[in-house]
Structures are given as C-alpha cells and as structure tokens.
Design a protein around this ligand. Sequence first.
Ligand SMILES: [Ca+2]
Ligand SMILES: [Ca+2]
Ligand SMILES: [Ca+2]
Length: 209
Amino acid sequence: MKYVAFFLFSLIVVASFAPASVAQIRLNEILADPGTDWNSDGAIDTKLDEWVEIVNTGGSAVDLSKYRISDAAAATEFRFALSGMLGPGETKVYFGSDVVAWQAANGVSQLGLSLNNAGDTVFLYEVNGPDINTSDTYTYAAAEVLDDRSCGRMPHGSGGWVIFDGMNPYTGAQPPTPTGCAPSPGNQPNCPTPTHSSTWGSIKSLYRG
Ligand SMILES: [Ca+2]
Ligand SMILES: [Ca+2]
Ligand SMILES: [Ca+2]
C-alpha cells in the first residue's frame, strides 16, 4: 500500500511539472557538420554553412524578436537574436553566415552558430523582459550530424527527432531513427520514393533460368 501511495504521489509530482503546452516556435532541423555549400555563397565553410531551422507550429503569426538561439545553457551567452515575423506553418533557416553577420553588426565574437560536430545542445530561448524561458532545446550526438547528415522533427514541425541521412547513410544502431531523407533547409523533409525492390525482384525471378 505504501508503494502504491508513493507511485500515485510520484505521478502527481510529474504531472504538476509537465509543461502546460508545446511552444509555438520550435527547433525543427539542425545541420552541424556541413560538407556542402548550404548557404549558396560559392564556398564550403565549416562555420558559415552550418544551419538551424525553426518552425511556427501554431495558428497565428509570431514576432520572432523575443527569440534567441544558443549552443550554451546560459541565455546570456546566446549566439543570435531573431527578428521579423513567422507566419503559421512557416519555417525559417539561419545559416552560420546569417549569424556571423549579426555578430559582426552587434560587436560580439564572430563564432557563428558554434554547432559542435562531436555532439552539442541547441537552445531556442524566448525572452520576456527579465524572464528567459526555453522555448525548445535539442541535444544531438555525432552520428546525427556528421558529414552532411541533419537531425530534425518528422513529421515536419510536430514529430520526434530523426536522422536525415540521405546524403550520408547511417547504418549504426544508435537512436534516433535514420530515414534516408535528405536535409531540407526551409522545407519539408526530402524523402526518397519507396522503390518496392522486393516486388521487382520477385517479378525478375519469374524470367530467370
Ligand atoms: Ca560544426
Ligand atoms: Ca557556403
Ligand atoms: Ca527541413
């Protein structure tokens, strides 16, 4: 009986600390180890071609000027202050080059997004006066990001985190799930069409020998 009471008490404690609702602006995709000219400036750069995609999952436009992106736990060390409006269902991509330009204009160290290839945590903060809330955060491992893999939500905006490994297939067993979809800055996941290879194989076998 004592254990049942403790279990129920634990449930109440967990429930009371659960977030009241999912944040409207969420992290949606992260590419930390670029081997491609993702920002289309004519050069491949380990800092400038990193990117983070956010999405507005709500039904109304949001003023992004309260939001900050950081790879450090302290919001005071944020890398980038967002600006502009984001409409319902819309995504926005911030390349390392966008972040460096903001850092140069604001007189802070031009470190870009500083997404560590060996694993890192990305924070999306919402600042309301003295209150700093974590709107969303994601911690990735090296396998999720190495050599033009990205990690992100699937389904787009609403789902859990998966690996978009279409450019560099992941065959290991470490979660999250590899999808075969290519990284998709500013878009829905770019996934291959199923080929039904087993069906084709069984058709070919009819004409063998
Ligand atoms: Ca990196
Ligand atoms: Ca580039
Ligand atoms: Ca995307």
